[in-house]
Unconditional design. Structure first.
Length: 740
């Protein structure tokens, strides 16, 4: 009889509560994919979705309503408590519906007598019209989201004040230069949510018995739960080594010197995790051969925090890190919610997205508000389009999902073009979206190509819609250029979301008002579909944070050297020399944008959005319309690629006679997905056109330049320009003959 030997898993990776509910945060999948290439056994878990599913279940709610130590005090929570049987009865069905497993429930939910309703539903009257164009499923998702938010309000008031769906105790992680507050919270009794987390962690650690426990902390809202998880493992499994990495330490913990952090963690790694983690696995799992070489790793030596970066090994190239591996994650259990009707935010929270990166870092790397001094932005390294497509195909096979969110800082246009061509060449059916800069290289034809490959949306930073400030930010774009690019995307059928910023150093009230007017016009012209205003925040690793005097700001946070022991260091408090209170603009900017996104209130005076006096805008009312009317440049570069997206034509010959002369002509009949159309040409030109369309078809591996096509034509025929700018070719230009 064979005895089964349980192999000890070397590495256990988790994302602690909470990030998104609809799709896994990809960091652990990236690291697991890399560890696969090294034959290092690893298991991963997203404890955020697992805690939510345990909490928002029939048993979870029974337990919750019975356990609340503090009785509800507000009328709203008293109402929820009184309706607890209704919540307990409906919760499992609603969660299954939001997981996409119970679509017929939408009909019940939309009748509005199925779900118990508390204060979140009071906004329904205002939102009713917003769902006019949405189907039953979407409206039901939104109502189900409000229902979950009502329960969340109850949890916050009666059970755990730190709870939030996509964040947990975020306040404790928000750039706390001192560790004191978080440390004090960790000395208190675990909360109700902590106990739910511990019960799940206990099952996993017991089953896996890892030697190395890796916790990825992307955001401040994961930090508290990361420390709680580490604290629990340290207590019950003292031999397991624990490490933290991810977006939060990468930006906030670079000046770490507080030794108390290492009561919870053995290691904290910075920036790209592949090589640092590989070396940690060597240190923990093969101590006999480990030579003490670390990469970007904090640890404790002689009660002092030391930073070790003594490994001479270079970081792995993007082609060597493997395909993200989503195995072990409960891919069919994520829940899609629709919180608000902002179309881009909706994509964040609705639907399952496989996350990939086109390039490491940012190819622009100059924006003065951005942390461009950090390696994850500074070191730019693109991945070849064919390798990206290989990874997409692998992930589709593994996850069963063909939606991709490219999480780049800014996806490079040339690589987007290469990726789109490769997707079309392989005849992949995918849906994808990404973040871009509004570059002038996003021509109308490039946008059509991206759309044909499955690109449905882009988001990009317009930041401050003022050319002076865009120059100060070093954005490398003008408002006029942004308008043209957003039009090209919109006309191709790709949704555009703009990140907007107010309160940038030296920004005047006049510039804020003018910026709002530009945004109003962009929405009124229909070239922008979604946007969001952020208030400027000064960070330690951005040019503004590093050289504040250049930007007219005075930091008010004390310099870290004088603080002694340091925990987090990123956000810097400052005073703008203009003395303007930018906070007061927040409500008016957001309220106006909400209305513009719904195509209304363009005729309101800008003053109507604010309860205090603002100056009149100095922007011409037709500024954006005039920018969009400018003639396009018809010069085609000889190196431009010519691609045909359509299919093979059906050919018919006929003869035309006039005054005794007759000549042969051709009709080319094309069928695309929506309609059929035909063009007529001379026989010789027509025959050349049929063979050249075959050559430049997007399904072919070689792409041809304009110069090559011209010389091909001129081998046997004359007057290429006359033919190229003729009516038949112009018709083809409308139906998928692209100049890239």
């Amino acid at each position: 009889m064979h005895k089964t030997i349980l192999l000890k898993t070397q590495v256990f990776l988790i994302t602690p509560p909470f990030t998104q509910l609809n799709t896994p945060y990809p960091a652990t999948a990236y690291i697991k994919g890399f560890l696969n290439t090294k034959n290092i056994s690893a298991t991963q878990a997203d404890l955020g979705i697992e805690v939510i599913l345990k909490l928002f279940s029939k048993d979870g709610l029974i337990d919750l309503f019975q356990s609340n130590s503090s009785q509800p005090t507000t009328d709203n929570c008293k109402r929820i408590f009184a309706l607890q049987d209704e919540y307990i009865k409906t919760i499992d069905s609603v969660i299954a519906f939001l997981q996409g497993k119970n679509p017929t429930l939408a009909l019940q939910i939309c009748q509005e007598d199925y779900l118990p309703e508390a204060s979140r539903f009071s906004q329904l009257e205002e939102l009713d019209w917003a769902f006019g164009t949405m189907g039953t499923q979407d409206k039901a998702k939104h109502l189900a989201t409000l229902y979950l938010e009502d329960i969340s309000d109850f949890i916050v008031e009666c059970v755990d004040a730190n709870f939030g769906f996509s964040r947990y105790a975020e306040r404790l992680g928000r750039s706390a230069n001192s560790f004191d507050e978080l440390y004090a919270a960790l000395q208190e009794e675990p909360t109700y949510i902590d106990e739910v987390l511990f019960s799940l962690l206990a099952q996993r650690i017991e089953a896996i018995q890892p030697e190395l426990f890796l916790i990825s902390v992307p955001f401040p809202g994961n930090l508290y739960a990361a420390f709680r998880s580490a604290q629990w493992v340290r207590k019950y499994y003292p031999n397991t080594k624990i490490s933290m990495g991810g977006g939060f330490p990468n930006t906030e913990l670079r000046s770490l010197s507080d030794a108390r952090v290492f009561e919870f963690f053995d290691y904290i790694t910075l920036d790209d995790g592949e090589l640092p983690v590989e070396l940690l696995v060597e240190a923990v799992c093969k101590p006999e051969s480990f030579e003490g070489q670390f990469k970007r790793t904090f640890l404790l030596e002689n009660e002092k925090v030391v930073y070790k970066n003594n490994s001479l090994k270079p970081d792995y190239k993007q082609s060597e890190v493997g395909t993200p591996d989503y195995s072990d994650l409960f891919l069919d259990k994520y829940i899609s919610v629709i919180e608000i009707v902002n179309p881009m935010h909706r994509m964040w929270s609705d639907g399952r997205w496989n996350k990939l990166t086109m390039a490491h870092g940012c190819y622009w790397g100059k924006c003065t508000f951005c942390d461009i001094s950090l390696d994850y932005i500074k070191l730019y390294e693109p991945i070849a389009a064919n390798l990206l497509c290989d990874r997409m195909e692998e992930m589709i096979a593994q996850t069963g999902q063909n939606g991709f969110h490219y999480v780049d800082e800014a996806a490079p246009p040339a690589l987007m073009r290469a990726l789109a061509l490769e997707i079309l060449r392989r005849k992949l059916s995918v849906t994808w979206w990404t973040n871009i800069r509004f570059e002038k290289s996003f021509s109308a034809d490039l946008c059509l190509l991206l759309k044909a490959s499955g690109c449905i949306a882009v988001s990009g930073g317009l930041e401050v819609a003022s050319d002076r400030l865009l120059q100060l930010i070093d954005k490398g774009v003008t408002v006029e250029q942004v308008a043209k690019v957003t039009r090209n995307f919109t006309e191709a059928g790709i949704m555009v979301h703009a990140y907007l910023m107010y309160g940038y150093p030296t920004q005047t009230v006049q510039e804020t008002v003018d910026s709002l007017e530009m945004v109003r016009q962009l929405f009124e012209m229909g070239v922008l579909q979604s946007g969001f205003w952020h208030q400027f925040a000064m960070t330690a690793h951005s040019p503004v944070g590093m050289y504040p005097e250049k930007f007219g700001v005075v930091p008010t946070s004390p310099p870290l050297e004088g603080l002694g022991v340091v925990f987090a260091n990123n956000d810097i408090n400052y005073v703008d020399k203009t003395g303007i209170d930018h906070d007061k603009f927040s409500f008016g900017l957001k309220k106006s944008l909400f209305n513009f996104m719904h195509g209304i209130c363009f005729d309101y005076e800008l003053q109507d959005w604010f309860e205090f006096k603002i100056p009149k805008t100095k922007i011409h009312p037709d500024f954006i319309a005039n920018a969009l009317e400018e003639d396009e440049d018809f010069n085609i570069k000889p190196t431009a690629k010519i691609v045909w997206l359509g299919g093979k034509p059906i050919v018919e010959y006929f003869t035309k006679s006039k005054k005794g002369n007759s000549w042969e002509l051709m009709t080319l009949i094309f069928h695309d997905k929506k309609e059929s159309f035909s063009i007529q040409t001379g026989k010789n030109e027509g025959e050349w056109l049929v063979q050249i369309l075959e050559k430049i078809s997007v399904s072919k591996s070689k792409t041809y330049s304009f110069k090559e096509i011209k010389s091909d034509f001129e081998t046997n025929l004359e007057d290429f320009e006359l033919f190229w700018y003729s009516k038949p070719v112009n018709t083809l230009r409308e139906f998928g003959l692209l100049i890239l």
